[in-house]
Ligand binder design. Structure first.
Ligand code: SD4
Length: 342
């Protein structure tokens, strides 16, 4: 279980179940996975409210997540089974430009390496040593190899059994709002490893970014959905954008976010499109799906926001000029999942 985390301050409340289902938000608007999406949204909003571009906003959102240990995605996140933190990230803009890095180590902001790749090369995806070399050549600092104290402790605990079993991702937190400038107190587990952000800017353009440390204690070299365009992230400026969190293998199998955007193209609302993607995962193997989490968020080009997940406990954060809230996604299985370790 990831340890209880303290988030930076931004207006939030107890998640509201399905309260925004089908709700349209005036642009600019930014949507991120999880409660900790509020950290990402705060960074994105600084850009969006000044009429900045969605692509800059989503990069800033991912950087903020990579920087904030409680978002559980950057160099302080959980390692693979051999004790290496290997990061994946992807970014996509309103013109379908995209960039991804996979299996990148020792770089604090993989999302910015992905953007650099997108903007300065003819390639879309760089892996491992090549991605690290590209980062180094472009002035990114190579950080020392070092696990955070929390990650090291959990990894050593995990090594005792060395059993790879993805836990159901949730942010089952009790958020108590202290006075304005104090951090929220979080009692509960944060056990996801991915932050996805999609944004619609004042000019009507969409972009998305997704950054992850991947599934905790994965095989060395394993890559999930987050850096795969069409799986963990997809944007089509004429239609909408979507991103995901959860067991990446399941999302890759159904090309999850591409599926969602295509369904929206043919008239599905964001919520219905996310539900259909989840349904395909569950239909493939219902018993297996009961033991795992996948959640999707989506936004249409007109600002309608939706989400759906396999399990309850998937939340997402929405920020625009009138809203800064965490919502609880609807799900196929309704029972609250067990906290890891409970
Ligand atoms: C992956 N989708 O690497 C990511 C993991 C994740 O919350 O979302 N964890 O498969």
């Amino acid at each position: 279980m990831k340890s209880a985390a303290v988030l930076p301050v931004i207006a939030a409340a107890e998640p509201v179940l399905g309260a925004n289902s089908g709700q349209k938000f005036a642009r600019p608007v930014v949507v991120s996975t999880w409660d900790s999406g509020m950290t990402a949204n705060a960074a994105a909003w600084r850009i969006l409210k000044a009429k900045g571009r969605a692509i800059d906003a989503v990069e800033a959102a991912a950087r903020a997540s990579e920087e904030e240990p409680s978002c559980c995605v950057g160099l302080e996140a959980y390692p693979d089974r051999d004790g290496y933190v290997t990061l994946d990230a992807s970014i996509m803009d309103h013109r379908s430009n995209c960039g991804s890095v996979v299996y990148l180590q020792q770089i604090k902001h993989p999302i910015s390496v992905a953007r650099k790749l997108m903007e300065t090369t003819k390639h879309v995806l760089l892996a491992g040593d090549g991605a690290l070399q590209f980062a180094r050549e472009n002035g990114f600092e190579v950080m020392p190899r070092k696990l955070s104290a929390d990650a090291e402790k959990e990894w050593k605990e995990w090594l005792k059994k060395s059993e790879y079993k993805p836990v159901i991702n949730i942010e089952n937190r009790k958020i108590s709002q202290n006075e304005k400038s104090a951090p929220y107190t979080i009692n509960g587990a944060v056990n996801h490893d991915t932050m996805g952000t999609i944004a619609l800017d004042a000019g009507g353009d969409l972009s998305g970014a997704c950054t992850t440390s991947g599934m905790a204690f994965k095989m060395h070299g394993r890559v999930g959905d987050s850096p795969i365009i069409g799986a963990g992230l997809f944007v089509d400026n004429k239609v909408g954008a979507a991103t995901s969190s959860g067991v990446g293998e399941e999302v890759i199998r159904i090309c999850g976010t591409h599926l969602i955007v295509e369904l929206m193209r043919f008239g599905y609302s964001p919520t219905r499109a996310c539900r259909e993607a989840v349904r395909r995962i569950v239909d493939r193997d219902r018993a297996a799906a009961k033991e795992m989490q996948v959640g999707f968020i989506a936004i249409s080009r007109t600002g309608e926001v939706g989400a759906f997940a396999i399990q309850s406990g998937f939340t997402y954060s929405v920020t625009n000029s009138g809203t800064s809230k965490v919502f609880a996604s609807d799900s196929i299985f309704k029972a609250p999942p067990q906290q890891p370790g409970s």
